[in-house]
Structures are given as C-alpha cells and as structure tokens.
Design a binder for this molecule. Structure first.
Ligand code: IPD
Length: 306
C-alpha cells in the first residue's frame, strides 16, 4: 500500500543520510590525518577498486535493512563481490539494491562526486531511490507517486530546459555524459575516445540533415553512474549512457529519473512491451541509456513545435 511505501521511503532517506555521514567521517579522518594512505584494493583489475569504507558502510546498511525488514531481499555491491549472492540477482520479490559508495575512485582521490545509493525494487521495477552525496550535501530521492526531489524541497527536474529532450533534438545542443568504465581488457582508456567520437559525429550528421547546427554543448564524466542518473533527473544532463553497469549502480537513479519524468532504456527490454507498465525497467542489463525529463512546463511552452 502507499502507506507502507511511504514508511519504507522515509526509512531509506534516513538510512541514506546516516550512511553518507559515515562516508564523510572517513573523509574527515583522511584529511585531518595529514599523511593520507589512500588505501584501496583491486578487484577485477587495476581500475576496479574497493576500500574498507565501501565494506563498512555496506555492513551498516545491510544490518539496518535486515533488522527493519527481515523478509526483504538484499543485494549490495560488496556482498555480491564476496560471492555471497544468488545465481539470479533480482527476482519478483521486494529487494533492496544498494551501492554503499558509488564513485569509489572519486572518494579515493577526494573528488566530491561520490555517494551512497539505495534502491528499492518490486517486481523488477525500482520504485524508491535515495542517493546522498555527502560532500556536497545533495540528497536525491523519489518514491513512486510522490515525485522526485533534491534535498526534499526542490522538485526534479529543476528547470524547464528550453532545448527539447531527445529524440526531438537528437543530439545537438546537448550535454551528454558517459563514463570510462572499469572493463579495460582490450583498450586501456575503456573506449572513451570512441564513445566521444561517435557521439559528436552523430550530432554532426543529424545537424547536417536538420540544419540545426549539429554541435553538442559538451560532454561530462562524473565518475559515478548513480550521480549521472541523478543529474539527468535534475535536467542538467540531456543524455547519459554506459555499458558495464551493475544493478546497484543504477537502481536508485532509475527510480528517481522515472519519477522525475525522464526515460531510461536497457539492452534487455521487457519480453512483452505491450503489456509492461510504462517505464518498466528490467534490471539485469549492463547497458543503459537515460534521457532527461522534458520539464514541468514543457508542453505549455510549445516543446512540440520546436
Ligand atoms: C562505478 C562508477 C563508475 C562506473 C562504473 C561503476 P563504483 O561504481 O559508478 O563511474 O563507470 O560502471 O561500477 O565501483 O565506484 O561503486
């Protein structure tokens, strides 16, 4: 029921803030310690790293969830990495899907774009999302039917952007965002130059066809897939895509983006799109593409005519 969901939502917000405060305590310790050891361990390769903080914060979140909601399932990045998971990652059951520290590389370098990411999924659909970036004190949150919010007071998206969202404007005048990714088996830069090149070329090609100029406004790479989705929900990014994400990187962000009115698609759409609810997202994909919301007053201001 909506009452139950509201209770879960309030719990998730409180938990996100507490976990974010834990991250900041560690940052403060590292800053004031002077001699910052920057300790991390490698997982799959030299750019896939984990710190003690990831693990401690995940234990804190997992304990809190399991004592409050013992019947709910739990999927966390570090629990999974330690091999404690199931064959399938998400099923029909209510599942908490969390990344205790998204942007571990940023955290390690004390680049402020790191966050706690808490998603709640029912029947494959992320319906509650809480993302807290403690260095910037930015809390993104959403619950199905309750809107998407920044710091619980500003509704997302923040602005009606005069540039229509994709596909109407694909993709000239956009800020697009993509990441370096962690799978560098073949190419050390994770294919970044190819991603940029193909995007810019696509813009130019479409621009040549529709006479709109065909130039992107810019390209960003935050280092956190979770925050990429939150910034797309804000309307700051027009498009984000990444191959290689896991469920915990995207669950909370998808809940927030959908509630803000944005779109997200995966490489594994529902088996029967005709019967799936609008915005249904099957996690389990590694490839995601997100498009920002049109904005609250987009239809009144004549978006369709542009
Ligand atoms: C990673 C970050 C990164 C993205 C990777 C994620 P982590 O998460 O979000 O930007 O490119 O796909 O796995 O390891 O920092 O939690």
């Amino acid at each position: 029921s909506q009452d139950e969901l509201d209770e879960i939502y309030a719990f998730a917000i409180d938990l996100g803030r507490k976990a974010g405060d834990m991250l900041m305590e560690r940052v403060e310790q590292r800053i004031s310690g002077g001699n910052d050891p920057q300790t991390f361990e490698e997982k799959e390769n030299a750019v896939d790293i984990v710190t003690q903080t990831d693990e401690d914060v995940e234990v804190f979140i997992r304990n809190a969830i399991q004592s409050k909601y013992p019947s709910h399932q739990f999927l966390g990045e570090e629990t999974y990495a330690k091999g404690a998971s199931r064959d399938y990652l998400i099923d029909e059951q209510p599942t908490w899907c969390i990344d205790p520290l998204d942007g571990t590389v940023n955290y390690t370098h004390i680049f402020p774009m790191f966050c706690v990411s808490i998603g709640f999924i029912v029947q494959h659909r992320p319906i509650i999302g809480v993302i807290y970036a403690p260095f910037q004190d930015q809390l993104f949150s959403a619950c199905s039917g309750r809107g998407a919010w920044l710091n619980e007071k500003r509704r997302l998206p923040l602005l009606h952007n005069p540039i229509p969202p994709m596909p109407a404007n694909a993709p000239s005048q956009c800020i697009f965002s993509c990441e370096w990714g962690k799978d560098r088996r073949d190419i050390p830069d994770g294919n970044m130059h190819r991603k940029i090149e193909s995007f810019v070329n696509m813009a130019a090609e479409i621009g040549a066809r529709d006479g709109k100029g065909g130039m992107v406004h810019g390209m960003r790479s935050l280092g956190s897939a979770t925050l990429d989705l939150a910034y797309t929900a804000m309307g700051s990014f027009d498009i984000w895509w990444e191959g290689g994400c896991w469920e915990w990187d995207v669950a909370a962000g998808i809940a927030i983006l959908l509630e803000a009115g944005g779109l997200v698609t995966t490489a594994n759409p529902p088996e029967n799109p005709d019967t799936a609810p609008i915005g249904d997202v099957r996690l389990g994909s590694r490839l995601y593409l997100a498009i920002r919301p049109a904005g609250p007053s987009a239809t009144e201001t004549g978006r369709e005519s542009q």
